[in-house]
Design a binder for this molecule. Structure first.
Ligand code: GDP
Length: 140
């Protein structure tokens, strides 16, 4: 099934010069970029983005981190795009991520883990609409 997913190169990835490396990997796997821009979130915007984690102990910390610098936000498109991009990212905790995944190769911390990817079709819809309107997306 063709799916769209929301991908973010987080502030640590942008600051460390990993934009090219991340984009190379997703292009190599055949995922298409349907939209892309650079933004810096406010604290409120980061809180809205991660609202499902509002009750978690790391909520304040992760939302501070997400607005600490610019991010690249992208809409990716492909067959089983959500699962394929999650696999490419690797586990949330880079120490548990498989060899060859973005997080295993580049993350430095459970929080500063370089990339975000939607985890379900419902989340993908919410997250894509959070950052992009229809005019900003290429229809494939
Ligand atoms: P993801 O879907 O793999 O990004 O993971 P989650 O949705 O569970 O968590 C969202 C983000 O919160 C993660 O990517 C991390 O940046 C951060 N995070 C998750 N777990 C922890 C934690 O235990 N401590 C801290 N400080 N951050 C966390």
């Amino acid at each position: 099934m063709m799916q769209r997913t929301l991908a973010i190169i987080k502030p640590d990835g942008v600051a460390r010069g990993l934009i090219g490396a991340v984009i190379s990997r997703l292009e190599e796997t055949g995922l298409k970029i349907a939209a892309m821009k650079m933004i810096q979130m406010t604290k409120k915007q980061a809180e809205g983005f991660y609202k499902v984690h509002a009750e978690k102990p790391f909520f304040d910390s992760v939302t501070d981190f997400m607005c600490s610098g610019p991010c690249i936000v992208m809409v990716l498109e492909g067959e089983e795009g959500i699962e394929r991009y999650r696999k490419l990212m690797g586990a949330t905790n880079y120490k548990e991520a498989e060899e060859g995944t973005i997080r295993r190769d580049f993350a430095t911390d459970i929080e500063k883990n370089v990339v975000h990817g939607s985890d379900s079709p419902e989340t993908a819809k919410y997250e894509i609409n959070y950052f992009f309107n229809a005019l900003e997306m290429i229809s494939g």
